[in-house]
Design a protein around this ligand. Structure first.
Ligand SMILES: Nc1ncnc2c1ncn2[C@@H]1O[C@H](COP(=O)(O)OP(=O)(O)OP(=O)(O)O)[C@@H](O)[C@H]1O
Length: 816
């Protein structure tokens, strides 16, 4: 082998290297991953009880897992906000939490961080199924929360799913049982709980609670769920309360519950519904001078209702370099204003977000508005809570909010996380009187401003022209008009919202409608109120005769009735939302620990069916009686009803409600029915036989006449053929009739020959049927007896008499 200095040289070097190194290497075994995780978990849990919120400056000061800290760092979150500092510690300790902080203060992370930690600590895997439920009031908010969860939880191995309406249910069903964290809306969650067979919350396994004696997390044997209610007060509001109740029934009783909102609920009823265990109330801005962000400038304008649309149009035209969110009360108003403003081309992107929009469109509008620098978004209250649209400059409330809480959430879409923003509220005079007081009570600082009339561009003529040009737009305007009035009626607070004080003609005109649409529900409502007022006056006159000067005026009484509607007396409409914050008892922080003792209000007993039936019977009302009528409007089957009554009469309650007796009674009625039916069939056959005989006889007569006559001209032959065909058809038709068809759309003609003058008459199937029914309806015992006698007479008589008798009998029946 030839010498290669390069190779040989390097070989020598290698040899030298190996000779220098010690021959036996010290082997230190690698620590397995699971052991590292175990060590980290025990290290973290040991620190939970030592968390001191006041000393925390960065997220790394919390005992959080490396994966969570990395996720937070990646998203640019380093220092916690006030609510995060206060709430994360207690949540990690396994306590139920009621978290309250101003809008845009970072409540979302305050519950997302503990839930990730809690799953990590219990070594949750994909196979363990559902561990955490996050419930949001709107689809957009659920979507937004899901997106943040994905970002901060990117280093964890948990599965998360977004369960909201408007998405493919089957797809959700397939994956739901394998999902660890579900972010959902209440309705859709309940649908899955009801319909998805492999989805239940029974075997939710979660981290342990604080051990009462040692004050440390030692007990890992509990099976519990962490449920998070974002915008808790809204979710527990009247619209969702029933759904939430059903959801909570499906959750295990051992669970940790976190509730967050800018306007936190402390109503006893809500807390009883959730059955919280010694909840901790975390409110970081309770002592703040205002309940809205300090960086938010708020003002309001008082104007006529008819001026609103022109003011908004002028505002948009003057703020083309802004991002604005305009709130309206109903979907139809949003749709109309959006369409109108789009048609008028203001010079910036115009969007609309409302509940009746399809899900894909909703998502795309949400994304578009997030991305745009300058845009105008018309929206209903689905955009009022929790949505974190970046850099919104203006929030305008075109319609007065239903209550102060809704106001706070609406304006909270701007001035988020220490950024600036402005809010403008449009009010009518009446709304100003009622609403401003409420807002002041809630610590909302507002300035009244005047609008320079020179800046208002009157939009009415343009709208009228548009409505005249586009029929569809006109219809939309009508719908917007009606839905606004309806929304006013549905508002709980009658001191602020009075539909009858509105000038509806002016409102319609301002929307571009020349004539005011008729609103039936308003008329009905007025009539109801008048009735009530009359009753009130008469009862006052009768019960408490009062001097005239002390009696209430009609207007006062109407408003009194309206206020009564606040208490749920409104019969025509149901109140959508009540101001429960004012009328339900509240619970303070000190009392929260005792909230377990709260007892749900007992339900009123309902009348059972038997009790109801007995009550009706006492009043001599016949239960489930039905009277049927024939074509001429005469009652039929009366005999059965009567016999029912006969049977029931004279029996004691025990006999009537005895099942065996009832069965016996039904059997008797059945027998009677069968007997009647047999009689009917007999009559039917009898009549058909008579008719056949009659036709046969007529044919024979004609044959005889034909034979005897010498006339053989074509016309006569033709006639005969016609008649023969007709009679054949008659037979055919009778065959059909005997089958009693229900096909009323098809009416074959029947030619009937008048016995007196031999003329042909066209009879429709309906007429025939009626006649047939008439024949069948001869079911009185007397007529039956007559028929039987005639039949027996025919039997004993000779042939010729039989024919005559039959003919007479047939005529008798036909003339009936
Ligand atoms: N620790 C933090 N550091 C920096 N930014 C944060 C922090 N926490 C939250 N934010 C930002 O603050 C903004 C508002 O947060 P979030 O939506 O959680 O507020 P919120 O209190 O839930 O508001 P709302 O009451 O309207 O629901 C978001 O843009 C979020 O990214």
């Amino acid at each position: 082998m030839a010498y290669n200095p390069k190779v040989n040289g390097s070989f020598r070097k290698q040899q030298q290297y190996h000779e220098d190194k010690p021959k036996i290497k010290n082997f230190t075994p690698r620590v397995p991953q699971w052991q590292k995780i175990d060590e980290e978990i025990s290290e973290l849990t040991a620190k939970y009880n030592k968390i001191d919120p006041s000393s925390i400056e960065s997220f790394t000061d919390f005992p959080l897992s490396r994966k969570t800290l990395n996720g937070l760092k990646n998203c640019g979150y380093s220092a916690p906000t006030d609510i995060q500092r206060e709430a994360i510690g207690v949540s990690l300790q396994g306590r139920d939490v009621l978290g309250a902080a101003k809008t845009g203060s970072g409540k979302t992370l305050a519950f997302l961080i503990p839930i990730l930690e809690c799953l990590y600590r219990s070594k949750w895997t994909l196979n363990d199924g559902l561990g955490v439920l996050i419930i949001s009031p709107t689809r957009e908010l659920a979507y937004q929360t899901f997106e943040i969860l994905k970002k901060i939880g990117q280093y964890h191995d948990f599965s998360a799913g977004l369960i909201i309406g408007g998405k493919d249910l089957r797809d959700e069903r397939d994956r739901i049982s394998r999902t660890n964290i579900i972010v959902c809306t209440p309705g859709r969650l309940l649908q899955h709980l009801d319909e998805t067979s492999n989805f239940n919350c029974d075997n939710l396994k979660m981290f342990g609670r604080i051990n009462e004696s040692t004050q440390s997390i030692t007990d890992f044997t509990f099976y519990i769920v962490v449920s998070v209610l974002d915008e808790a007060d809204r979710i527990l509001d009247m619209g969702f309360a029933d759904t939430m109740k059903s959801i909570i029934e499906n959750l295990p009783s051992e669970r940790q519950t976190l509730l967050f909102s800018a306007t936190q609920t402390r109503s006893v009823r809500d807390l009883a519904l959730l059955s919280l265990t010694k909840p901790v109330y975390v409110s970081v801005h309770e002592n703040s001078l205002t309940s809205t962000p300090a960086t938010l400038t708020q003002s309001y304008i008082v104007c006529e209702i008819s001026q609103k649309i022109s003011i908004i149009w002028s505002f948009i035209k003057n703020h083309l370099k802004s991002k604005m969110l305009i709130f309206l009360q109903s979907c139809k108003q949003v749709k109309y204003l959006n369409d109108v403003v789009c048609k008028l081309r203001p010079g910036l992107p115009v969007l609309a977000l409302y509940g009746s929009l399809n899900q894909l469109k909703r998502m795309s509008v949400y994304d578009t508005f997030c991305r745009k620098q300058y845009a105008c978004l018309f929206a209903t209250d689905i955009a009022a809570r929790g949505l974190d649209f970046p850099a919104v400059d203006w929030v305008i409330q075109y319609d007065c909010p239903p209550d102060a809480n809704t106001y706070i959430h609406r304006v909270g879409r701007t001035a988020r996380f220490e950024k600036g923003g402005e809010a403008l509220l449009l009010l009518t005079e009446r709304e100003e009187r009622g609403m401003i007081k409420q807002l002041e009570d809630k610590k909302v600082p507002l300035n009244k401003i005047e609008v320079n009339p020179n800046y208002i561009h009157d939009l009415t003529p343009k709208l009228q022209a548009l409505c005249a040009q586009y029929q569809e737009l006109k219809e939309e305007a009508k719908r917007a008009f009606t839905s606004y009035l309806r929304s006013l009626v549905l508002m709980g607070n009658r001191r602020v919202f009075d539909v009858h004080s509105l000038n509806t003609d002016q409102l319609a005109l301002s929307l571009g409608l020349v004539t005011t649409p008729k609103v039936r529900f308003l008329k009905k409502r007025l009539a109801q109120q008048e009735k009530k007022q009359e009753k009130l006056t008469t009862s006052q006159d009768n019960d408490h005769p009062m001097p005239v000067n002390q009696r209430r005026t009609a207007a006062e009484q109407i408003s009194l009735i309206e206020f009564n509607a606040d208490e749920g007396n409104d019969e025509l409409f149901t109140i959508k939302r009540t101001e429960k914050y004012d009328d339900t008892p509240h619970i303070n922080s000190a009392q929260l620990d005792k909230s377990n003792d709260i007892v749900a209000r007992p339900k009123r007993d309902r009348l059972s069916k038997v009790k109801l039936a007995k009550k009706l019977k006492k009043k001599n009302l016949l239960i489930n009686s039905r009277v049927q009528y024939d074509d001429d409007g005469n009652p039929i089957n009366q005999s059965v009803n009567e016999s029912n009554m006969e049977l029931e009469r004279g029996q004691s309650d025990d006999e009537i409600y005895n099942v065996e007796k009832a069965k016996e009674r039904l059997r008797k009625i059945d027998e009677m029915d069968k007997e009647l039916y047999r009689e009917h069939v007999k009559q039917k056959h009898q009549v058909r036989r008579i008719k056949e005989k009659e036709v046969k006889r007529q044919k024979q007569q004609r044959d005889k006449q034909n034979e005897s006559s010498s006339a053989t001209d074509e016309e006569d032959t033709h006639d005969t053929i016609n008649i023969e065909e007709t009679s054949l058809e008659n037979n055919k038709y009778e065959q059909e009739e005997s089958n009693i068809s229900d096909d009323i759309g098809f009416q074959p003609k029947k030619v009937e020959i008048d016995n007196d003058d031999g003329a042909e008459r066209v009879v429709t199937k309906t007429k025939l049927k009626r006649k047939h029914n008439e024949l069948l309806s001869i079911d009185t015992p007397k007529s039956l007896a007559n028929k039987r006698t005639k039949k027996s007479l025919r039997k004993v008589g000779n042939d010729s008499t039989t024919i005559n008798d039959d003919e007479q009998l047939a005529l008798y029946f036909l003339s009936k």
